[in-house]
Design a protein around this ligand. Structure first.
Ligand code: NAG
Ligand code: NAG
Ligand code: MN
Length: 570
C-alpha cells in the first residue's frame, strides 16, 4: 500500500516536471537566441536588460494585412522582385560583409512579413485623436541593404493610417548606387533626395527636414520595422504640446536572424560623463508613481535614431549642429538643447519600432570613428555643458586638445534662445547623474624626526616597500620618492597606496596598487597618529624587525614611534 502511494507520488512529480519543461520549451520557442542576440551599435549599447523577459501581458502574433490603398494601381509600377534581385548577395560572400548584419537573412524575409505586436495589451484600447495633421517621415541612409530599406518603407505604409503619412523622404547620402533610392519613388508617397557627396546623418537629416511639407517631422533609421499603431501615440503627444520631442520604445531586430524581439518597457536614455549613451532603468520613484503602463516616460536623452518633432519647433531650436560629421553625439546635442531651451523629451511606450542594432559601423568615417565621435561630442560639451565640461574631459582625456571647429554660431544660438544652464538640466532633468567627487588631496611629506616615509623600488611590480629614510626636503621636484598624496582614506604615491599586508596586529606596511575598495589601504590622520581604519592600529616605526621598515601596532598616541608630522610640499 505504502509502496503504491510512493510510486504514485514519484509518477506525479515526474509528470509535473515534464509538463513544466514542455511549457518552458514551448514558451521560449518563438524567441530564438534572446540573450545572445543582444548587440550594440556604439551608442545604443544593448545589455540583456534591454529585452523584455516576462511575456505574459502581451498579445500574440500579429498578422498584418496590407492596407487596401496599397493595392492601388500606382504600386504596380514598382517591381519589387526586380528591385531586390539586382542586389542579391553573391554566393559564398560574407553575409555580414556589407552591412554588419546578416543580409542573407534579411533577403529571405518578405518585405511585409508579420511581426509580433509587442505593446502592453492596454495600449490597444487607448483612444487617439482622429484629426491629427500628417507627418513627413525622413529616412537617411548610406548603402543600406535593399531588402532592409524596402521593409522599413513598407512597414510604414502598411502599419500607419494613410492620412497621417504625408510623404516618406529618403535622403540618400551618396550611396554607391543611386537606384537604391530612385527606384523606390515608384511607390506612392516616396520621395528621394540624393547628396552629391557624403554628408553624414546630421546634414542629411537637415536636408530632409527642409524639404518636408508636413508640420511634424518623423525621423527614422533605414533598418527598422514599425509596429502596429506606432504613429498615433507619438503624434498625439506632439499634437498636445508642440515642445515635446517623442520617441517610441525601440525593439530589437536581431542582426543575426532578424527575429523581432520586444524591448523592456521601463527603460529611459541616460549617459555617463564620457557622453556614452546607455539605456537605464527609470528611477525608482518614477517607477512607483507610474500607475498606467501607457503613460509616457520622461527621458534625459534620446537614443537619437527615431523621434517625432514639430517642424517649426525643430527650426526654432536650431535644427541640428550641421558642423557635426557623419554620426554620433548629435543625440546629446539635440537632447540638451530641447530640455534646456524649453522643451521636453519622452518615450511613448505604446509606440514600438524595431531597429537592427549593430556591433560596428558598416561604413567608413573620413577621419576615423573615434575622432569623429570626439569632435561631435566636444562641440556638444563646449556649447552646452558650461563648467561641467571638466568632468567630460576627466572621463575622456583623449578629447583634450582635439580640434572641434568653430562653435560661435551655436553659442550664439544658445544665447538667443535664452536657454537654461547645464546645472538647471542636472537638477531638474537628470539628478541621477552623479557628479564626480572633487578629490580633496594634499601633497605632503610624512616625517618622523630626521626621517621621512619613502617609497622604494618603485620600478618593481610587486611588494614595493615603504621605509624610513633621511628627509630630502620639501621641494616637490627634489623629493619624488618622499612625496605622498593624501586622498580621502588613501595615502598615495603615484598609483601605489600605503597598505597593510594583512589584518593581523603588527602587520607590515607596504605599497600596493591603489584600490579605494580595499580595506587594507584605508587610513585616517588623527592628531599626530596615522590610524588604520579597519584594524584601528597605528602606523609605527618600531614594529618591524627589519631596520627602517614601518608597521602597525596598537595605538599609543604618546609613543614617539607613532608620532608623524605631515608637511606640505611646495
Ligand atoms: C507646431 O508648432 C507651432 C508653433 O511653433 C504651432 O503653431 C503648430 O500648430 C504646431 N503644429 C502641430 C501639428 O502641432
Ligand atoms: C601577516 O603578515 C605578516 C607580515 O607582515 C606575516 O608575518 C604574518 O604571517 C601574516 N599573517 C597571516 C595570517 O597571514
Ligand atoms: Mn541604426
Amino acid at each position: 500500500m505504502r509502496r503504491i502511494r510512493a510510486n504514485a507520488i514519484v509518477l506525479l512529480t515526474v509528470a509535473w516536471i515534464l509538463g513544466m519543461l514542455y511549457y518552458l520549451w514551448h514558451d521560449s520557442r518563438p524567441y530564438p537566441k534572446q540573450g545572445s542576440s543582444s548587440s550594440s551599435s556604439g551608442r545604443n549599447v544593448q545589455k540583456p536588460i534591454r529585452l523584455e523577459s516576462s511575456r505574459e501581458d502581451r498579445t500574440v502574433v500579429q498578422v498584418v494585412t496590407k492596407a487596401p490603398w496599397l493595392d492601388d494601381h500606382k504600386l504596380k509600377a514598382f517591381d519589387e522582385q526586380a528591385y531586390l534581385a539586382r542586389k542579391q548577395l553573391n554566393p559564398g560572400a560574407d553575409p555580414y560583409g556589407n552591412h554588419a548584419f546578416n543580409q542573407q537573412e534579411s533577403d529571405k524575409l518578405a518585405s511585409d512579413r508579420p511581426i509580433r505586436d509587442t505593446r502592453h495589451y492596454r495600449c490597444a484600447s487607448v483612444q487617439y485623436n482622429k484629426d491629427f495633421l500628417s507627418t513627413s517621415i525622413i529616412i537617411t541612409f548610406h548603402n543600406e541593404a535593399r531588402s532592409t530599406l524596402l521593409r522599413t518603407v513598407k512597414s510604414i505604409l502598411n502599419r500607419s493610417p494613410p492620412s497621417l503619412v504625408q510623404e516618406i523622404i529618403l535622403v540618400d547620402d551618396f550611396s554607391t548606387d543611386p537606384e537604391d533610392c530612385q527606384l523606390l519613388t515608384k511607390i506612392p508617397k516616396i520621395k528621394c533626395l540624393r547628396n552629391t557627396r557624403r554628408e553624414g546623418l546630421i546634414r542629411s537629416r537637415v536636408k530632409g527636414a527642409d524639404a518636408a511639407t508636413a508640420e511634424v517631422l518623423t525621423f527614422l533609421d533605414s533598418h527598422c520595422e514599425v509596429n502596429k499603431d506606432w504613429l498615433q501615440p507619438l503624434l498625439q503627444r506632439v499634437h498636445e504640446d508642440y515642445t515635446r520631442v517623442v520617441s517610441p520604445i525601440i525593439d530589437v531586430i536581431s542582426l543575426d536572424n532578424f527575429a523581432y524581439l520586444a524591448a523592456s518597457a521601463d527603460l529611459r536614455g541616460g549617459f555617463d560623463w564620457s557622453l556614452h549613451f546607455k539605456w537605464e532603468q527609470m528611477p525608482i520613484q518614477q517607477k512607483m508613481a507610474r500607475t498606467d503602463p501607457t503613460q509616457s516616460i520622461r527621458t534625459p536623452v534620446i537614443a537619437g535614431g527615431i523621434f517625432v518633432m514639430n517642424k517649426s519647433w525643430f527650426n526654432h531650436l536650431g535644427k541640428y549642429d550641421t558642423q557635426m560629421d557623419i554620426w554620433g553625439g548629435e543625440n546629446f546635442e539635440l537632447s540638451f538643447r530641447v530640455w534646456m531651451c524649453g522643451g521636453s523629451l519622452e518615450i511613448v511606450p505604446c509606440s514600438r519600432v524595431g531597429h537592427v542594432f549593430r556591433k560596428r559601423h558598416p561604413y567608413d568615417f573620413p577621419e576615423g570613428n573615434a575622432l569623429t565621435y570626439i569632435k561631435n561630442t566636444k562641440r556638444t560639451v563646449e556649447v552646452w555643458m558650461d563648467d561641467y565640461k571638466q568632468y567630460y574631459y576627466e572621463a575622456r582625456p583623449s578629447a583634450l586638445g582635439k580640434a572641434y571647429g568653430n562653435i560661435a554660431e551655436r553659442v550664439d544660438l544658445r544665447r538667443r534662445l535664452r536657454c537654461n544652464s547645464f546645472q538647471w538640466y542636472l537638477q531638474n532633468v537628470y539628478p541621477e547623474l552623479r557628479i564626480p567627487e572633487k578629490e580633496v588631496s594634499e601633497r605632503a611629506v610624512v616625517r618622523q624626526g630626521e626621517k621621512c616615509l619613502e617609497a622604494q623600488d618603485l620600478h618593481r611590480v610587486v611588494s614595493i616597500i615603504a621605509s624610513l629614510r633621511p628627509c630630502k626636503g620639501l621641494q616637490s621636484n627634489l623629493l619624488f620618492s618622499q612625496e605622498w598624496v593624501l586622498s580621502g582614506p588613501l595615502i598615495k604615491h603615484q598609483d601605489k597606496c600605503l597598505a597593510l599586508t594583512n589584518f593581523s596586529l603588527g602587520s607590515q606596511v607596504i605599497l600596493d596598487l591603489c584600490n579605494p575598495q580595499d580595506g587594507r589601504q584605508k587610513w585616517k590622520i588623527k592628531g599626530s597618529s596615522i590610524m588604520q581604519l579597519v584594524t584601528g592600529a597605528c602606523l609605527d616605526s618600531q614594529v618591524e624587525t627589519e631596520k627602517d621598515r614601518v608597521g602597525t601596532t596598537s595605538c599609543q598616541p604618546d609613543l614617539a614611534s607613532q608620532q608623524w608630522e605631515l608637511l606640505q610640499v611646495t
